[in-house]
Design a protein around this ligand. Structure first.
Ligand code: ADP
Ligand code: MG
Length: 396
């Protein structure tokens, strides 16, 4: 991967069009979580210090080409200004005369946020005319929105081809971490894939077994594998129609020398509810009214050893129903163990996925992990081995 780099670039007096992800959780016009605003700060800081005018471009929600007032980005201005400790100018439109006037009024080192890109249908259509309208406003393009990079939209793809294009600092950090986990990882590299369904993670499993040395499968999707191997799974969540697919993945792993770790033992209960009585069962020992809700202690001990014998860990999907105690146990123990190895400098651990991020936060290990991606869909597509248009467009 070769990218331009912002450090050392001549940006003084230039207008930088910076694609950020400000699609933040919002209630009644109040930002509920400012993680995404914070992650834009390093790039804003670098560009303003270099004397550039900074124009922030973002989408919010899905207005589908119309000006939907509830989907305005304006409520982001005040919290962003507070976090950045500076004024943020505002433009009611992301293209046209007003946008240009706002830029003209900015001093070098000034920052503006423009209204929702998706108020224009050309954004999601990647319309070259709309991309050209954006390009007219700036001298350089910076993409700091990895989480939007799986979309080929005007502001993530088209625009990158019209101006000198740079990854922002958060984008750069994410790409570096992802490359360390799957691109050129230190080996052995182990994956953990869990979560509820095999069906949503087929491409991911197929890609990982060709690239990893070891792969542990957990969560609800492990039930489908156990069933495919002839074990009774009782009343567990299980995609029985995918049994042949599961066997195909097992064969593919064998062909690629990827050692698969399926559960050795499991935690079952008759109901998926907090504090219900649980039992540890061996494979195939599940009664017809029991459900598999977590990995068992032997499986966890073996997984911890396997992580300990690896240099790199890539993780998506919890090992059990971690939202309901006590079925968080396997996920927490694996997370704590990986975190300890990271702290000791023995492991590179990269994780991502909506529920995975929640589980790692619950374990309190997000700071210890090498990188925890909040990019959602873009992270999963990357784990599937797909090219991300927003990343491809930045390559030189
Ligand atoms: P992510 O969002 O990190 O990609 P997923 O959405 O694929 O993860 O999976 C998370 C969900 O999987 C959680 O809600 C969890 O309760 C569920 N899950 C984990 N193990 C099981 C299981 N044994 N049976 C049913 N659901 C499970
Ligand atoms: Mg999820």
């Amino acid at each position: 991967m070769t990218f331009r780099t912002l450090q050392g670039a001549d940006l003084s007096g230039k207008t930088a069009l910076v694609r950020v992800d400000f699609n933040v959780p919002m209630e009644n016009g109040v930002v509920q979580d400012d993680t995404r605003l914070r992650s834009a700060l390093p790039t804003i800081d670098l560009l303003t210090k270099a004397g550039a005018k900074v124009v922030l471009l973002a989408h919010f929600d899905r207005p589908k080409g119309k000006r939907v007032p509830e989907m305005s980005l304006k409520p982001v201005v005040a919290p962003l200004a507070a976090l950045a400790k500076r004024d943020i100018a505002w433009s009611d439109d992301c293209i046209g005369a007003e946008a240009k006037a706002v830029i003209d009024r900015l001093k070098p080192g000034g920052v503006a946020l423009f209204e929702n890109l998706r108020y224009h249908s050309g954004e999601e259509m990647n319309d070259p005319a709309f991309a050209a309208e954006l390009a007219k406003l700036g001298d350089v393009y910076v993409n700091d929105a990895f989480s939007a990079a799986h979309r080929a939209h005007a502001s993530t793809e088209g625009l990158a081809k019209l101006l000198p294009a740079y990854p922002g600092l958060s984008m750069e950090r994410e790409l570096t971490a992802l490359d360390a986990a799957l691109g050129k990882p230190e080996r052995p590299v182990i994956g953990i894939v869990g979560g509820s369904k095999v069906s949503t993670k087929l491409d991911l499993l197929k890609n990982l077994v060709t690239r990893l040395d070891k792969l542990a499968i957990g969560g609800g999707m492990a039930n489908t594998f156990l069933y495919a191997m002839g074990h009774d799974v009782g009343a567990s969540y299980c995609e029985k129609d995918l049994a042949e697919t599961a066997r195909e993945i097992i064969r593919l792993a064998g062909k690629n020398n990827c050692k698969l770790f399926l559960p050795l033992d499991i935690v079952v209960a008759e109901q998926m509810a907090s504090g219900v009585p649980t039992r540890v069962r061996g494979l195939g020992e599940v009664d017809e009214h029991e459900r598999i809700l977590d990995a068992g202690p032997e499986s966890v001990a073996r997984l911890k050893r396997a992580i300990g014998n690896s240099r790199t860990l890539i993780w998506n999907g919890p090992l059990g129903v971690f939202e309901i105690p006590p079925f968080q146990r396997a996920t927490m123990e694996a997370a704590w163990h990986a975190a300890e190895l990271c702290r000791d400098g023995k492991l590179i651990a990269v994780a991502g996925g909506g529920d995975t991020v929640s589980a790692l936060n619950m374990a309190g290990v997000t700071v210890d992990f090498t990188f925890v991606s909040t990019a959602g869909g873009a992270f999963l597509e990357w784990m599937e081995g797909k090219e991300l248009p927003g990343v491809e467009a930045l390559k030189v």
